[in-house]
Ligand binder design. Structure first.
Ligand code: B12
Length: 304
């Protein structure tokens, strides 16, 4: 590692920096190659290791270019600003990992900036799976339980759900995948508005290199069928939370056996978690956790 670089001991990987800035990995590399902004040190394995100052420089360059400034001018402004700043002083250590309690507190108090810091810092220091498993899912469950117990309001629950949803959507958008990759269609069954779990799967599968098409909440049955027939995806993964969810999946399997015979159907969500839920012939239960669900879907998608 380059010991001359300020705060070289707090290196972030390029994928984490992409998550923090909303820029693609390709753009970050291109800006370094063309404009030298930023120019992070490398690890002994030649991986770029970014500091907080590097992330700030990329954010500043992004901001200037979005305001209409040519990239070359934006880069020279960023370089000048960095030279006149004492980089040592603006590079605080990453510090300890944010906790789910801190994240929940920030959401319950509508503190978006702090919620963003928790999300960004946890993601930068870990990976997508850990962020979802240790922060996002437990926070939503905790807030949901409080709402159920009457100690959190609908406003707090909506704010929290919308915060998580918008961060997931941003992650999905910045991570595009080749059209040649196996395709997974994801949707909520008719009447089901609980989309965050399946949205998390959409992002997770994209990060694994699958091509995902995400339809969102409460998709009408006929639409679900028509879109599957049009796309002929490798897998259709559906989330259901209603008592009618198993019947809906059975009907989907019956229709698609004729019109999309190579598409595999995977299902999950609260509507299937009652132990008395019957096995649905022709479809696969994806399990109760995100990682397990992603594994089941990925395996099914790569079979064809
Ligand atoms: C946010 C939320 C909402 C939001 C959803 C917003 C949105 N954009 O998604 C809104 C406000 C719309 C909502 C509405 C309702 N909700 Co609500 N909601 C929640 C809450 C707080 C969080 C859900 C969530 O996103 N969790 C995070 C995700 C990641 O976790 P998950 O959904 O549990 O998913 C896990 C697994 O199912 C699996 N998984 C998820 N998706 C998939 C997909 C596949 C294919 C597979 C294999 C696996 C899988 O992985 C996940 C991680 O382990 C929960 C509280 C809780 N404790 O879960 C209640 C909760 C789910 N809601 C509940 C209820 C009762 C309702 C309403 C009926 C309330 C009402 N009276 O109107 C309506 C129903 C609307 C409908 N018809 O769908 C109950 C469900 C109880 C039950 N089992 O019947 C809960 C548990 C709250 C509670 N404690 O009572 N809700």
């Amino acid at each position: 590692m380059n010991q001359d670089h300020p705060a070289a001991d707090v290196g972030l990987r390029i994928t984490a920096v992409a998550g923090l800035t909303g820029l693609s990995v390709h753009t970050i590399r291109a800006w370094e190659r063309r404009y030298g902004v930023p120019s992070p040190p490398r690890s002994s394995g030649r991986q770029r290791l970014y500091t907080r100052d590097d992330v700030a420089a990329l954010q500043r360059m992004h901001e200037l270019s979005r305001s209409g400034m040519p990239l070359s001018s934006a880069a020279s402004i960023v370089r000048q600003e960095r030279e006149s700043a004492t980089t040592e002083a603006t590079s605080p250590p990453l510090g300890i990992l944010p906790t789910v309690t801190a994240f929940v507190d920030s959401l319950l108090t509508f503190n978006e900036a702090r919620a963003n810091d928790c999300w960004n810092e946890y993601f930068a220091a870990t990976d997508l799976g850990a962020l979802l498993r240790n922060i996002a899912v437990p926070a939503l469950h905790e807030i949901g339980d409080r709402w159920h117990a009457g100690t959190a309001s609908v406003s707090q629950e909506h704010f929290a759900s919308n915060f998580v949803r918008s961060r997931l959507e941003a992650l999905a958008r910045q991570h595009t995948v080749s059209r040649e990759a196996p395709t997974v269609l994801l949707a909520c069954l008719p009447g089901d508005w609980h989309e965050i779990g399946i949205l998390m799967l959409h992002v997770t599968l994209r990060f694994r290199g699958l091509r995902t098409v995400y339809l969102g909440q409460a998709v009408p049955f006929d639409d679900l069928v028509r879109t599957t027939e049009d796309l002929q995806p490798n897998v259709i993964a559906v989330h259901g939370s209603e008592p009618s969810s198993p019947d809906q999946v059975s009907s989907l399997v019956t229709v698609l056996a004729e019109t999309a015979p190579l598409t595999r159907v995977v299902y999950g969500g609260g509507g299937f978690e009652d132990p008395s839920t019957p096995f649905i012939p022709g479809a696969r239960f994806g399990g109760r956790g995100l990682a397990e669900a992603a594994d089941v879907i990925e395996t099914a998608a790569r079979e064809r």
